[in-house]
Design a protein around this ligand. Structure first.
Ligand SMILES: [Zn+2]
Length: 90
């Protein structure tokens, strides 16, 4: 199963296993920044969770980017409105 790169630094991840109270627990961790997923006894689920986190990080980047651009979009819309004769505030 393919592991997506680290959502933090895009570094190479590694799957490791450890024995916790008699059960083998799986964890994915980044070999560059040390970011790690939670421990889980299901290896496939651990990998899926790691991969999903990257998706969320990607979405978060877009939301942050759009939120940062919003004031500029409002200013541009306002200026465009002024040019076309549309007045919002009198
Ligand atoms: Zn990393």
């Amino acid at each position: 199963m393919k592991l997506e790169p680290c959502p933090c630094c895009l570094g190479k991840p590694e799957v490791s296993d450890m024995r916790v109270t008699g059960t083998i627990m799986w964890q994915v961790h980044c070999t560059v920044c040390g970011l790690a997923s939670e421990l889980d006894d299901d290896r496939i689920f651990t990998i899926q969770r790691w991969n999903k986190r990257l998706e969320k990080a990607g979405l978060k980047t877009w939301v942050t980017l759009l939120a940062g651009l919003l004031p500029f979009l409002v200013i541009i819309a306002f200026l465009t409105g002024s040019y076309t004769g549309l007045v919002l505030f009198r």
